[in-house]
Design a protein around this ligand. Sequence first.
Ligand SMILES: Nc1ncnc2c1ncn2[C@@H]1O[C@H](COP(=O)(O)OP(=O)(O)O)[C@@H](O)[C@H]1O
Ligand SMILES: [Mg+2]
Length: 195
Amino acid sequence: MEMELKPLLQSDWIQGYCDENDEKVLIYEYLSKGSLDRYLNDTSLTWVKRLNICIDVARALDFLHGGVGKQAKVIHRDIKTENILLKNDWKAKLADFGLSLICSINQETDYIIDHACGTRGYVDPLYRQSGFLTIESDIYSFGVVLFEILCGRSTFAIHKHEGHYLPDFIKNKFEEGKHAEVVLNKSRNKSCRNR
Ligand SMILES: Nc1ncnc2c1ncn2[C@@H]1O[C@H](COP(=O)(O)OP(=O)(O)O)[C@@H](O)[C@H]1O
Ligand SMILES: [Mg+2]
């Protein structure tokens, strides 16, 4: 486990770990604001803060996918707003590496055949149907997160009210030419004042 986690430990991603008697524990820094899902509809999360969170998560994914420490790349497999934690200053960090897969960087193929896992509403349908896991599977889930940040509603809330998850909701709205309806209302009117 130490060899596998070494790149993440070096990068300060994980503070420590325990691997004793089949007990595997990862230790993260305590991030006082908790997870992003709690703030989706919160107007204190301004457009600038929302954008910075998107950038933080994009950088984190680029780091994981690009070959952490040039030794192994990491596919997170459970990208969602519940697994994005916020520091007191709104800096975002990816968390919950419980489902992550660490693959050797010199692997010849760019996919892994896998039993599809992750969270409904976020999982890449291609991966769910075929079992072919690639770094793009994380990117699909990241896309859902980006839309949640833009809409101010979770993919679950959309599913509850519309009967389908966020990607289909967005697709339908675009096809109907109702682009503006997907944007969080409260912030839409305040975008200039919130800078
Ligand atoms: N380091 C942390 N700092 C602050 N809150 C945390 C931290 N780790 C987890 N949490 C809170 O606990 C929730 C569940 O943690 P997570 O690691 O995602 O475990 P699970 O496997 O149950 O999803 C997160 O969505 C977040 O709200
Ligand atoms: Mg989690």
